[in-house]
Ligand binder design. Structure first.
Ligand SMILES: [Zn+2]
Length: 336
C-alpha cells in the first residue's frame, strides 16, 4: 500500500461512505484456561513460518482480491471460515464506499476476537485486498496485481498468530482485523479529479463505524508488506507522531529476539496507511510495520504496485521475524 511523501491533511474523509451494518456474525463457544496464579508472562509460542506461508499462498491462489470480484467474495469466505476455527468471535463488517473513479465498491472488514469480554485489548491488523492496477509497472498498468506481499503477507502472519493463540489461549483480549479496500487509491497520473483520502477506505469506514460500540484497544499494530526477502522496517513518522511508545516497544521486542536487521531504529518520513485513520479517527495508538527500501525512489519495496508482487517473493525468514515479534509482544503483555 500506501502513500509516501503526501502531506497529512486534517480535512479528511471526503470518501463517500454508504451503508453500515454488520452483515454476518459468527460465534463459537469460548473456552478459557487462564491461570490466575500466574504472575510472570509465559514464554511465547513458536511462530510457524511454514504454516504462515501457506496462509499467504492460499490468498494469492484466489487471484487478485479486488473489490466486486469473485476472488474477493471467495477469499472473504475463506478468511472468515478460517478465523472461526481459531478465534472466539468473527464479525464480517460489510460496507459500501465510492472509489476515486466514482465506482461503488463493496467491501468486507473481517474482525476476529479472542476473549471478547475483556476490556483490556490489543489490536493487530493488515489489509487483505490487492491493488486493482499495476500503476508502478511498465506493462499492463491497468491490470490487477497478486499482492502477495502488499496485502497477503500481513494477513498470512496474523492467521498464524491466531492459530497459536487458539492453541495456547493466553488470558489476553486480542482483536485481529483484516481491512478491505486499502489499495484502491488514486494512481498518480489518473484522469479523474483529485480525491483526498482515496486509499484505506476499509479502515476509514471501520474507524468511523466501530464493529462494537465504544470499541477501544490500548494499542494497535499494523502490518503492510512484511514478507519480502531481507525486508527492512524503519520507524516511520506517522507511527512516531501518534504511537511513539508503541513503536519503541515493538522494535525493542524485535531487537531482543535478534531481529534487529529487520527492525531498524532509523526514523523515516510519515506515510498514510491504515494506521493513520486508526490513530486519527478511532484514536487508538497504532504503529505500522512496513517495508522501507533505501534504494527505490518511492522508498517502498521494489515490486510495490507491480506485477512482480508474487508469491515467489515471499520469504519465510521475514514472516518469522515479524510473526515471532508479534507473539512476543502479546505474551509480554500478560505481565502488564
Ligand atoms: Zn499497496
Amino acid at each position: 500500500m500506501a502513500q509516501r511523501g503526501v502531506k497529512i491533511n486534517l480535512i479528511l474523509f471526503s470518501a463517500v461512505m454508504l451503508a453500515l451494518a454488520a452483515c454476518n456474525t459468527g460465534t463459537k463457544t469460548e473456552t478459557n484456561n487462564s491461570n490466575n496464579n500466574e504472575t510472570k508472562a509465559p514464554p511465547a509460542p513458536t511462530f510457524n513460518a511454514d504454516s504462515s506461508f501457506d496462509y499467504v499462498k492460499a490468498q494469492t491462489d484466489f487471484g487478485p482480491r479486488i473489490p466486486n470480484s469473485t476472488a474477493q467474495a471467495k477469499c472473504a469466505d475463506w478468511l472468515s471460515s478460517t478465523m472461526k476455527k481459531f478465534a472466539d468471535t468473527v464479525i464480517v463488517q460489510c460496507f459500501q464506499t465510492r472509489g476515486f473513479d466514482g465506482k461503488t465498491l463493496n467491501g468486507k472488514n473481517i474482525i476476529s476476537s479472542f476473549n471478547p469480554s475483556k476490556g483490556n485489548r490489543i489490536m493487530l491488523c493488515s489489509h487483505w485486498d490487492s491493488r486493482p492496477f499495476a500503476d508502478q509497472d511498465s506493462v499492463r498498468k491497468n491490470e490487477p496485481i497478486d499482492g502477495a506481499n502488499d496485502g497477503a503477507s500481513g494477513v498470512g502472519i496474523l492467521i498464524e498468530v491466531a492459530r497459536q493463540l487458539s492453541i495456547t489461549k493466553p488470558d489476553l483480549g486480542v482483536d485481529i482485523i483484516f481491512f478491505d479496500i486499502e489499495d484502491y487509491g488514486q494512481p498518480e497520473n489518473s484522469s479523474y479529479p483529485d480525491m483526498d483520502d482515496s486509499y484505506c477506505l476499509g479502515s476509514q469506514y471501520w474507524s468511523q463505524n466501530l464493529h462494537t460500540p465504544n470499541y477501544f484497544a490500548r494499542y494497535g499494530i499494523l502490518l503492510d508488506m512484511v514478507g519480502a526477502t531481507n525486508a527492512t522496517f524503519t520507524q516511520e513518522g506517522t507511527s512516531i507522531r501518534y504511537a511513539e511508545n508503541v513503536t519503541g516497544m515493538v522494535w525493542k521486542t524485535a531487537g531482543d529476539l535478534g531481529y534487529g536487521s529487520y527492525f531498524l531504529t532509523e526514523k523515516t518520513n510519515p506515510i498514510v496507511d491504515d494506521h493513520y485513520y486508526i490513530n486519527q479517527i478511532a484514536q487508538i495508538k497504532c504503529t505500522d510495520i512496513i517495508h522501507y527500501d533505501y534504494n527505490t525512489p518511492s522508498h517502498f519495496w521494489k515490486h510495490w504496485h507491480t506485477h512482480g508482487d508474487t508469491i515467489d517473493k515471499i520469504d519465510k525468514n521475514s514472516l518469522k521475524a515479524v510473526g515471532q515479534t508479534l507473539l512476543q509482544v502479546l505474551f509480554n503483555d500478560l505481565s502488564y
